[in-house]
Design a protein around this ligand. Structure first.
Ligand code: DGY
Length: 352
């Protein structure tokens, strides 16, 4: 009878990972899978109840992992596996305290997010949101073409346009993949501000390596945040988020930027103060913005100050949303979890 059965280790999965990936979990007879089947953020109460006694949890970036959840899980919990490269939603120090391992999904989404970053830079510079609005609202027939109407600053550099300095706030995998894409556009100068803990010598080494990798590049420099604001023609925000970078892009920063500059955020919404950005766009301190993430998302309705700015090109957090990338992320998240619950090396573990 059932009370004599030894229960199998439980894995809680907070999203349906689809027909290609779910069987990696559900076809196993050595674990019990508890699945939140709806395509929306798992209900918190459901999660707190079901996580009790679990050895592993597979989540996405909308599930908050804090002391409350970990306490609800209890001492069996060995691994939290997030289907994301970001970990702003995870209180890592709480994991460390409890010796719980963290799996995440770096690398497999680098190209997809770098693609979107370039797309946002182009959209912002060339006014995609505002100009597509003309068509969407049926105003094209009334629109009078004029030599200099609807122009924006060009990203490509050639004989007719000055060279552009691209700036990166955060200079990890995605930033470097974005830079690589921009070199064929004629970008020759790159500045960045990154992890304050990395040494001057490691930065020097990295800069030299990049110059070697991309012979068209003339300069790569680590700079302070003020210089980043002042010198970037296109600034990419690609940091993981969290308290240390909250509102780094604020009024003070935006006021220092060039009038024709473009801000791209494909990292985390919390890095940019939305009200300050809306003001910067309204008062034309900068040219435009392209953002895939917004603080407080998904609560970004029609009345959001950024939605009201025509020069703000907003995507609903789709940076990694290609079929190929999401399949790879889901597979990696499951592989991390399966390795973690049996104490093996995880394919992608974040040191907590
Ligand atoms: C990530 O991976 O962190 C993205 O934001 C979600 O795809």
């Amino acid at each position: 009878s059932s009370h004599l059965r030894i229960s199998k280790p439980k894995v809680v999965v907070c999203r349906d990972l689809g027909p290609d990936v779910m069987p990696l979990l559900t076809k196993r007879d050595d674990i019990e899978v508890v699945l939140w089947t709806e395509d929306r953020v798992s209900d918190r109460q459901w999660l707190l109840e079901n996580v009790k006694g679990a050895v592993g949890i597979v989540i996405v970036f909308s599930e908050l992992v804090n002391a409350e959840l970990l306490d609800a899980a209890g001492p069996n919990l060995k691994v939290v596996s997030t289907m994301s490269v970001g970990y702003e939603h995870i209180h890592v120090s709480e994991l460390a305290k409890r010796n719980i391992r963290l799996g995440y999904t770096p690398d497999v989404l680098t190209d997809a997010v770098a693609d979107i970053s370039v797309m946002l830079a182009l959209m912002a510079g060339r006014n995609a949101n505002e100009t597509m609005g003309i068509v969407r609202e049926g105003l094209w027939p009334k629109f009078i073409w004029a030599p200099f109407s609807l122009c924006g600053p060009q990203l490509s550099t050639s004989g007719i346009s000055p060279s552009r300095t691209v700036g990166f706030l955060g200079f990890g995998r995605i930033s470097q993949a974005t830079l690589a894409r921009l070199i064929p556009f004629g970008v020759t100068d790159c500045i960045y501000s990154s992890n304050p803990n990395s040494s001057a010598s490691s930065k020097k080494k990295r800069n030299e390596k990049l110059l070697e990798q991309h012979p068209q590049l003339k300069s790569v420099r680590a700079v302070d945040v003020d210089t980043l604001a002042q010198e970037s023609d296109v600034l990419f925000v690609l940091v993981p988020g969290g308290p240390s970078t909250r509102h780094l892009i604020n009024e003070e920063f935006l006021r220092k930027m060039k009038k024709h500059s473009v801000l791209v955020n494909a990292g985390r919404g919390t890095v940019v103060d939305s009200d300050a950005l809306a003001k910067a766009l309204r008062e034309k301190w900068i040219w435009g913005a392209g953002i895939d993430v917004v603080e407080g998302e998904p609560d970004v309705g029609k009345d959001h100050p950024l939605v009201k700015e025509p020069r703000c090109n907003i995507l609903p957090h789709i940076g990694s949303a290609s079929f190929e990338t999401r399949l790879a992320m889901a597979t990696l998240a499951v592989d991390n979890c399966l390795a973690g619950i049996v104490g093996q090396d995880m394919p992608a573990e974040l040191d907590v």
